[in-house]
Write a protein that binds this ligand. Structure first.
Ligand code: ATP
Length: 625
């Protein structure tokens, strides 16, 4: 009898009621496969990967959990990658929506179903770790011939459930290997790691979703109370339990006997049903008090150590713009965009010396923010003085910039006036729209740069000024030189150190910027806002001619229109909500991303193969027309 036959016979004997040496969770799953799903163990089926469009739908629904889980999954993968484990995050329907695996094994992993988009629901795939975990809501190891379908018996798979803050199954974390030692005990460490990571993800999810509530983190010992607690619960202002990390709480409850059979039933109950604790006492359990003394009691008995995070706890929020320490202002300008990173490094070096800097970039791309960041990054005590050359009437620019001596001209103040250049002495003069500066003044500016001196209107005595000049323009200065309206010598003087800000549509850190602006709005209005996936996709797909300023305004309006803090498609301006781009539009958008398919894929929120497919279609339709 070959091994497949003996495997099938064993399952049939178990189904007929024979005792088995297998773990109870395996036996129960086999019985479900035979009796409920009517699967045939002799009928081997290949792993099933859902179509791209279906996968995207699953990913969109799990979007926030995927985002919150990412750091935990990456840390886990680092620990297990050397042993050729793959890591799958499956949603509550059993479809792998996130995946980390060794690209070297890509083809084998895909064939085995250890891959993005694989459907591991038990009624389709038979006994498997994801499927059994979904049904039992318990961590499981399904090792080799524990699998029901003979196709999967080479694999070893370990899964742990991830619950949402109300105790519903949200996802399953699975780590698997294509081949493994015979002994099932070889997977003990894998089980421990999967459980620990699932707890961390539940914890991160609870903290991320309860911005305006208290979070009470619980631990058996004081040692890791603030850094790696066992479980957590969230509490509203009246001290009622609004959410919990079910996996952690169950395991604590089991060992301490304090939770009862069903921690989910705690939702809505006052915290006093669990511990001898009142909401007013929570501040005592915050960081700053010795961890060893933050001990919770139940019925007078010491129970668990606790660490409370207040709704305004700085650990819970992204550092707001206003609170960015000045020295780090330059770093805070981007969130992983490579062009910005090299620009920031260049800016930091230039700022350290008094070299004139020219910032180029489309309107609203952040030229003034960059100029301020340069000033703040090495503030030597002087002021940041911003002048918009296009906004001051031409006949006033000279006196505004250079000041004037007493009674210099009719209507001038009797005591004279200090010019903006002089008031920036020791600091930074920011000349916005420098392309609009009249020619005569350009000559005087050149003198400031080369001689470090100014002569006020009506005066003869030059005054010494040391300052950092940062200028900005959204126009092509070279063209202005060719047209004779911008001095060539000044152009060369400024052009030596040019910083070109990328437009928003080309930024690789688009999502980071978006989240940052949404967080900033939340802080400004004391609310908590988030974007739903459709709104996010529309924002990604839009071309943003007005760059960050336009995005900031759109989000400001959308957040005001949202009733529950969720920014949805209908809250966005019409210009952004217009129907999804047509195929010829796609070519235009590709151009805007400098032909970079990965950048376009990120912007549209789809994968690269989808972009390639759509581009092929649009090129075909372009040649047909
Ligand atoms: N890196 C950034 N992160 C978040 N917001 C930013 C960033 N850069 C700019 N902004 C926001 O975008 C808006 C436009 O920025 P800024 O005024 O610096 O642009 P600009 O290029 O100088 O515009 P213009 O050409 O019209 O003068 C501002 O409200 C600013 O707060």
């Amino acid at each position: 009898m070959n091994s497949i036959d003996s495997h099938v016979k064993e399952i049939e004997r178990v189904a007929a009621g024979e005792q088995s040496h297998r773990d109870p969770c395996v036996v129960q799953s086999w019985l479900r496969c035979m009796n409920e799903y009517k699967l045939d163990p002799a009928n081997a089926q290949d792993a099933y990967i859902v179509p791209d469009a279906t996968l995207r739908e699953h990913q969109e629904q799990a979007e926030s959990l995927i985002r919150i889980s990412r750091a935990g999954l990456a840390a886990l993968f680092d620990q297990i990658a050397a042993d050729d484990y793959v890591l799958l995050l499956s949603d509550a329907r059993g479809v792998a929506v996130d995946y980390l695996g060794n690209p070297r094994l890509d083809r084998e992993l895909r064939r085995a179903g250890l891959y993005l988009g694989a459907d591991w629901s038990e009624n389709r795939a038979g006994t498997c770790a994801v499927g059994a975990c979904m049904v039992s809501r318990e961590p499981v190891v399904i090792h080799q011939d524990d699998h029901f379908d003979p196709t999967h018996t080479p694999l070893t798979c370990t899964a742990a459930p991830i619950f949402d803050t109300r105790g519903e199954l949200a996802a399953v974390l699975d780590i698997s290997q294509l081949s493994s030692p015979i002994a099932k005990t070889s997977q003990r460490l894998a089980l421990h790691l999967a459980k620990a990571t699932a707890r961390r993800i539940e914890m991160a999810n609870l903290v991320a979703r309860t911005g305006d509530e208290w979070v009470l983190r619980l631990s058996r010992t004081p040692d890791f109370l603030d850094t790696a607690p066992d479980a957590a619960i969230s509490l509203d202002g009246a001290g009622r339990i609004t959410g919990l990390t079910l996996g952690g709480l169950e395991s604590l409850g089991r060992s301490l006997g304090f939770v009862g059979n069903n921690p989910q039933a705690l939702i809505g109950q006052p915290i006093s049903t669990l511990f001898d604790l009142d909401v007013d006492e929570l501040p005592y359990f915050m960081r700053g008090h010795p961890a060893g003394e933050r001990l919770l009691h139940a019925n007078g008995e010491p129970m668990l150590f606790a660490s409370a995070m207040s709704p305004a706890d700085p650990q819970r929020v992204v550092v707001p713009v206003a609170r960015v320490p000045k020295k780090e202002a330059l770093d805070a300008m981007s969130h992983g965009d490579t062009t910005m990173q090299s620009l920031q490094a260049k800016a930091a070096k230039l700022a350290a010396r008094h070299i004139p800097i020219l910032i180029q970039g489309e309107t609203g791309s952040g030229k003034e923010v960059l100029a301020r960041a340069i000033h703040d990054s090495c503030n030597d005590g002087g002021r940041f003085v911003a002048v918009n050359c296009a906004a001051i009437p031409e006949h006033l620019i000279e006196s505004e910039l250079f000041g004037y001596v007493p009674n210099a001209f009719t209507g001038a103040a009797r005591k004279g006036k200090t010019g903006l250049v002089e008031s920036a002495a020791g600091g930074t003069l920011f000349l916005d729209e420098i392309g609009d500066m009249p020619l005569a003044l350009q000559t005087r500016l050149l003198r400031v740069l080369s001689e470090n001196e100014i002569v006020p209107v009506g005066g003869v005595e030059p005054k010494q000024v040391e300052l950092r000049l940062v200028s900005a323009t959204h126009r092509e200065l070279k063209t202005l030189v060719a047209d004779g309206v911008f001095r060539e010598d000044l152009y060369y003087r400024l052009n030596a150190a040019t910083l070109s800000l990328p437009p928003l549509r080309a930024r690789e850190d688009f999502d980071g910027l978006l989240d940052r602006l949404v967080d900033d709005l939340g802080r400004r209005y004391g609310e908590s806002y988030r974007l739903d996936i459709r709104a996010r996709r529309l924002l990604r797909a839009y071309a943003w001619p007005g760059n960050l300023r336009e995005m900031q305004n759109a989000l400001e309006v959308a957040s005001a229109l949202s009733d529950d803090g969720v920014i949805r498609e209908r809250h966005l301006p019409d210009t952004i909500r217009q129907p999804a781009s047509t195929e010829p539009d796609l070519l235009r958008q590709l151009e805007q991303c400098d032909g970079n398919v990965s950048a376009l894929a990120r912007r549209l929120g789809v994968d690269r193969s989808t972009v390639h497919r759509r581009l092929k279609r649009s090129r075909q339709s372009a040649t047909q027309h």
